[in-house]
Design a binder for this molecule. Structure first.
Ligand code: AMP
Ligand code: FE
Ligand code: FE
Ligand code: ZN
Length: 288
């Protein structure tokens, strides 16, 4: 069984449509893939139709933008939600709040770049940012279109990473709230790339302990942004805290260099365990 638990489509910042992601998954002989667009379920209906057609099993997922404020200055992090109730009003409202703030935030980043002499306008960004959940990769695409940079990587290195003066954060969930929210709908949560240090500050183990107390089910261990030492550390932590572990590609189409579906995989027993942790739709608590 080839299982990839973290992928993106044009519903957020991937470059392939949900249908094209599923076609590619079939081509690469994956058995199970989760579509986990940033803060949106918008790609899931299309993905389900494509999944049935190509015979790949689709896991409904989402990657929630979160922060951990346990030590004062909030650390930004990503939480993967799986098998949740997409129709839950509180979850849908929380996601909408984050998505809605992504637009003015990207406008502010565009203004900061322009004010510093980088020729870019909001119209140019809006022209390439058609997705329901816009982010820095779309601003990167606009900078590619104007010729300012060659690819998304160069855009992030020069203008978009968290340490630049152009960076503006967007609204995000408090991670302990997000875990409880997803679980409350019957879903399962996994901490995405917990030690991806190249993206900014990462959380201490203490945060993972708090997240576990809130109901976190697993850690994404095998991920392109983790070194061998990171993976060993996370595996040890998962064993100590009785968390499951996943591996995944964090596929973004051509949005990231040398990034391919299935480049990291989740072990079948861990996938079994994840499914067993979810509450099946028939057994979910009724909504009031
Ligand atoms: P945002 O949610 O708008 O803050 O953007 C975060 C997204 O930027 C991540 O999910 C990645 O997809 C993307 N990203 C971060 N660093 C890079 C990079 N060096 N190259 C390409 N994409 C990146
Ligand atoms: Fe992304
Ligand atoms: Fe992420
Ligand atoms: Zn991701």
């Amino acid at each position: 069984m080839r299982i990839d638990m973290h992928t993106h489509s044009t519903a957020s910042d991937g470059t392939l449509s949900p249908t094209a992601v599923l076609d590619r998954a079939a081509l690469l002989e994956l058995d199970v893939i989760a579509l986990t667009d940033h803060d949106t379920f918008a790609g899931l209906d299309e993905a389900q139709i494509a999944a049935s057609r190509v015979g790949v099993s689709l896991v409904e997922g989402v990657e929630l933008s979160c922060m951990w404020s346990g030590n004062g200055d909030p650390v930004r992090l990503h939480l993967l939600g799986y098998l949740m109730d997409r129709d839950d009003p509180a979850l849908a409202e929380g996601l909408r709040r984050v998505r809605d703030d992504r637009v003015p935030r990207l406008q502010r980043m565009t203004e900061r770049l322009a004010a510093d002499g980088i020729e870019i306008t909001w119209d140019q960004v809006a022209a390439v940012a058609g997705s329901s959940s816009v982010g820095r990769p779309h601003l990167a695409d606009a900078l590619i279109a104007t010729g300012a940079v060659a690819d998304r990587e160069e855009a992030f290195d020069r203008y978009l990473h968290q340490g630049t003066p152009y960076y503006v954060p967007h609204a995000a969930f408090e991670v302990l709230d997000a875990i409880r929210l997803v679980i409350g709908t019957g879903g399962v949560t996994v901490f995405a790339h917990p030690l991806a240090r190249s993206r900014g500050r990462t959380v201490p183990d203490e945060a993972i302990e708090q997240m576990t107390d809130a109901g976190l089910a697993g850690l994404e261990v095998d991920h392109r942004d983790h070194s061998a030492e990171d993976r060993a550390h996370l595996r040890g932590l998962a064993a100590r805290l009785d968390l499951l572990t996943t591996g995944s590609s964090d596929y973004h189409g051509t949005g990231k260099k040398d990034n391919e579906l299935g480049e990291n995989l989740t072990a079948p027993d861990q996938w079994e365990r994840l499914q067993a942790t979810a509450t099946p739709p028939g057994a979910r608590r009724p909504r009031v």
